[in-house]
Design a protein around this ligand. Structure first.
Ligand code: XMP
Length: 510
């Protein structure tokens, strides 16, 4: 399989770059700049390398650098933002800090003829975020783009296939960003585009079938997309040898537990045990109001319930987990196969003494997991579900969690989600849900005074959930949602919309 290395210098858009490459049907993997050597890069057979941005200044000694042999390794390089400055620096160019050249936000980009700018008009909009700039390009390079304040918005050494761009092609604000990445992958790295989800699914099933023959597997189903897709994929590989334990903590959204159970049992004939443990969880949450304590209790109880069920099943060889690529990158775990022997990573496998864990999705980003789910025939309603936190509605019921509050929240949340799904807002909405506050206020309904809960609607747009902006939903839509909730859900007499970005707020309220 063709692959691209995204060499991470600490940029906030690093994962987004890798996703954009994969969206262009080329496999990309992310590695921190200090976790891989030039020799390892040369051995791995990458078709191309992308150097990411980062918050540093190359002129400072303590800033991240790389072996300058990279420029003569014969591998095409696209260097972005900090990477662009680093490439210039390594090649002997000059970097300046001049407040007059500082840029942040959308600027006009003027490009010259270059294979990198094939099908990019002479003038377009790009996204900049830099203090330093390349004031003199290294020998062998020429300037191929400028912006209003940046004399070297892009540079190229075509003979060595080295390209540097000061702007960010991976963000949507850069009008021709996808085209520029596409040009790098296809015209410069000569990729053919062999990263296709249907092949990945087929190959992973075949590999698991072969390597896990005769083994008994156990999968902890949370009800979320990742574990659902992992379970169906493994079921296709090993059939009856997989048992799934679905711990229903009673903190799922409206009808969610039933939908997961019905689909997996009826459509896929999965060996599934649903444990209705709502009572156990609510019992342990009684009187608890502190958010971190709630999370801790739920995490511990989940493991206990799961262990109790697993004990009843007898000998099991391996645990299936729905780990996905962002978890792998963030844990710095590096590369590893889908099936691996287990070494002290903590958590469930360690406590339960599993010697083997199977992580069929560890190479995939979230949107790719959804695509894999579609390839496997999992219904759209399940595949398209938005991210949902492990502790579930417990961190969306502020303060003490009770059955009554959970019921109120479930109904209100279902209305909000239903209205958004129907309205299909023009703005992209990445996650949308309701939060029940523990604040009550006075209202009036008919001729009587009410004293009900205030409900918060939260909707955000984001690429990676590290930062997020509140979604500009239309006032008509918000008004419809507010009217329906106050009419249909007893206990709520006030609805407010959260207009805070992350940072300073987080997406969830607790
Ligand atoms: P925050 O609130 O940190 O949320 O801005 C970012 C994203 O992470 C999800 N989230 C969680 N997911 N377990 C999870 O699996 C958790 O404890 C948890 N807390 C937050 C949140 O829904 C959002 O998508």
């Amino acid at each position: 399989m063709e692959k691209i290395l995204v060499l991470d210098f600490g940029g906030q858009y690093c994962q987004l770059i890798a996703r954009r490459v994969r969206e262009a049907n080329v496999y990309a993997e992310v590695c921190a700049y200090d976790k891989i050597s030039l020799a390892e890069i040369a051995d791995a057979g990458y078709r191309g390398i992308i150097l990411t941005g980062g918050p540093h200044s190359v002129t400072k000694e303590e800033s991240p650098h790389f072996d300058k042999g990279l420029l003569d390794a014969g591998i095409p390089v696209l260097a972005i933002c900090y990477g662009h400055q680093l490439m210039a620096w390594l090649g002997g160019g000059e970097i300046c800090t001049d407040s007059a050249c500082r840029e942040y936000g959308s600027v006009t980009l003027s490009v010259q003829n270059s294979p990198l700018f094939e099908k990019v008009p002479a003038k377009s909009t790009c996204w900049m975020s830099h203090n330093d700039y390349v004031s003199s390009v290294p020998e062998g390079f020429r300037i191929i783009a400028v912006s209003e304040n940046c004399p070297c918005a892009a540079m190229a050494d075509d003979s060595r296939m080295l390209y540097g761009i000061q702007f960010h092609p991976e963000v949507t604000h850069t009008e021709y960003g996808r085209q520029i990445l596409y040009n790098f992958l296809y015209a410069i790295c000569r990729c053919s585009g062999d990263w296709l989800m249907k092949d990945f699914v087929r190959d992973t099933i075949a590999r698991c079938r072969q390597e896990l023959q005769g083994k008994k597997l156990l999968c902890a189903l949370s009800g979320g997309v990742d574990s659902t897709v992992a379970a169906v994929l493994l079921h296709k590989a090993v059939g009856e040898n997989l048992t799934c334990v679905f711990v229903d903590h009673g903190l799922l959204r409206k009808d969610e537990g039933d939908l997961v159970e019905r689909t997996l049992k009826e459509q896929f004939d999965l060996n599934l045990i649903r444990v209705n443990a709502a009572g156990r969880f609510l019992g342990r949450l009684k009187g608890v109001t502190e958010p971190e304590q709630k999370r801790k209790i739920i995490g511990e109880e989940f493991i206990r319930v799961f262990e109790d069920e697993a004990k009843k099943l007898g000998h099991i060889d391996a645990l299936v987990q729905g780990t996905i690529y962002p978890d792998v990158i963030e844990s710095g775990a590096g590369k590893a196969g889908v099936i691996k022997s287990h070494h002290n990573v903590g958590g469930l496998p360690e406590r339960m003494g599993f010697s083997m864990i199977v992580e069929p999705l560890r190479m995939l980003f979230k949107d790719e997991v959804r695509q894999a789910g579609r390839e496997l025939g999992i219904p759209e309603r399940l595949v398209r579900r938005q991210p949902f936190p492990g502790p579930g509605l417990a961190i969306r019921v502020l303060g003490e969690v009770t059955n009554e509050k959970l019921e109120i929240l479930r109904e209100a949340d279902a209305i909000f989600r239903d209205e958004i799904d129907r309205a299909q807002p023009a703005v992209p909405v990445s996650q949308y849900f309701a939060v029940l506050t523990d604040c009550r206020s006075v209202g009036v309904m008919g001729d009587s005074r009410t004293y009900g809960y205030a409900l918060v609607l939260r909707a955000v747009t984001t690429d990676d959930f590290m930062t997020a902006d509140w979604a500009r939903l239309s006032s008509d839509l918000l008004s419809d949602v507010s009217r329906r909730i106050t009419n249909e859900v007893r206990g709520i007499n006030r609805v407010v919309y959260d207009i805070t970005s992350k940072p300073p707020a987080t997406v969830e309220w607790e």
